[in-house]
Ligand binder design. Structure first.
Ligand code: 1CP
Length: 374
């Protein structure tokens, strides 16, 4: 482990732990990506996963939004993808330009489980992510914390069975309703890898030995397809595995000689599960834009920090609209000085003008700093 520069801005970590803060911290899902011209420039003609596997390039792209929106973003998120886990488990995943991820050989029947690597050595298979994290932590020079992440078991299972993004989820629904036990076996296999993967991300970004007490990173679990499950199926095929991760990850981090870090769960579309998610062992619950901020805050009732949730589409609106949406959001979350992290309700979309993103961040900082609202 190397010594990294001390953290200058730990607003995100304090808010995640539920402490009172000067203003709500902000970062944006998919902040490093396609809406930024410098992303396309850095990526060039490289294949997407080749970029993920190149720590120098992944680091450069991670830093791009932090440097462009200097003093506005309160966190960096490591440039990678949730689909590196299926790759580590032995599947081929390609990223097709303008289309998205594609698995040439998805899992179509339970016997396909035998094709998966039963014992994944995450350090060997995903060492490039850990190298990118260590490098980025050094290059950040303590400017802001670095968020590590993983896909949630249900979302990863969906991709592994569907073979890519999906509208109807025919194949994964077939598994859930025809092969529930094999589905659970797959979910458990993925969960075991996610725990190890996240623990190693924390180790890669941890401070030097003398400073292991410092919380310096945060891990977010993306359950992007949670909303495809009914409330009762979410309780069977997603929630138990999300809980396992929040229970086992701190232990796995401690076993590696580091202090546990705050954890965020973002289960998109699972509005019905907010109450359960507040008791699922995470410090932060991410919200999509289907939630009314004040109602969500009432349900959470101080149990967790909430994160979100402006409609990413609002960034296509006028400056006045963006301001109004920001005021409505931060006001709805009670001014944001406690238990709140600003974000969009899902990833920023590729056609957003980076200057409109800047306006959003500036308005968040202005509104979030107002004393009257807090
Ligand atoms: O700043 C960042 O957030 C960048 C890092 C990042 C993250 C956190 C990327 C880069 N991907 C992700 C997570 C991710 N990947 C999720 C969870 C978050 C979400 O719901 O948005 C999901 C579902 C994926 C899968 C994925 N990868 C898709 C979605 C396809 C679908 O099913 O609709 C796509 C298009 C990708 C490719 C991808 N990942 C990241 C980028 C910048 C890109 C675009 C690649 C390119 O064309 O250059």
């Amino acid at each position: 482990m190397t010594d990294f520069p001390p953290m200058q801005n730990d607003l995100l970590l304090r808010a995640a732990r539920g402490e009172q803060v000067e203003r709500p911290p902000m970062w944006v899902m998919r902040q490093a990506g396609r809406y930024l011209p410098e992303y396309h420039e850095a990526k060039g003609k490289n294949d997407f996963f080749a970029v993920c596997r190149n720590p120098e390039l992944a680091c450069t792209i991670t830093l791009q939004p932090v440097l462009r929106y200097r003093n506005l973003l309160d966190a960096a998120i490591i440039f990678s993808d949730i689909l590196v886990i299926p790759q580590a488990m032995g599947m081929t995943v390609e990223m097709i330009e303008h289309k998205g991820p594609s698995f040439p050989e998805p899992l179509r029947k339970p016997s396909d489980l035998e094709k998966l690597n039963p014992k994944v050595d995450v350090k060997k298979e995903l060492g490039y992510v850990f190298d990118a994290i260590s490098l980025t932590r050094r290059k950040l020079e303590g400017m802001v914390p670095l968020i590590g992440f993983s896909g949630a078991p249900w979302t990863l299972m969906s991709y592994m069975i569907e073979g890519g993004g999906s509208k109807m989820f025919i194949h994964v629904k077939t598994w859930v309703f025809k092969y529930p036990e094999e589905s659970k076996r797959l979910l458990q296999m993925i969960t075991d890898v996610v725990v190890e993967y996240c623990a190693e991300q924390v180790v890669a970004g941890a401070q030097g030995w003398a400073l292991t007490m410092r919380l310096n990173q945060l891990i977010q679990i993306f359950d992007s397809w949670a909303g495809e499950l009914s409330p009762s199926d979410f309780k069977i095929f997603s929630l138990p595995y999300l809980r396992q991760i929040s229970q086992r990850l701190p232990e796995a981090i401690k076993a590696r000689g580091c202090e546990p870090v705050p954890m965020t769960v973002f289960a998109k579309g699972a509005w019905y599960a907010l109450d359960d998610l507040c008791d699922s062992g995470y410090n932060v619950v991410g919200l999509d834009w289907l939630h009314d901020p004040a109602e969500a805050a009432k349900i959470a009732n101080g149990r967790v920090t909430l994160q979100g949730n402006m409609d990413p589409g609002a960034l296509y609106g006028t400056r006045e609209t963006i301001t109004k949406e920001v005021e409505r959001m931060i006001g709805g979350f009670g001014g944001g000085k406690k238990g709140y992290i600003v974000n969009l309700g899902h990833g920023i979309t590729p056609l957003v003008d980076p200057e409109d993103m800047r306006w959003f961040l500036e308005e968040v900082k202005r509104v979030g700093s107002q004393t009257a609202s807090g």
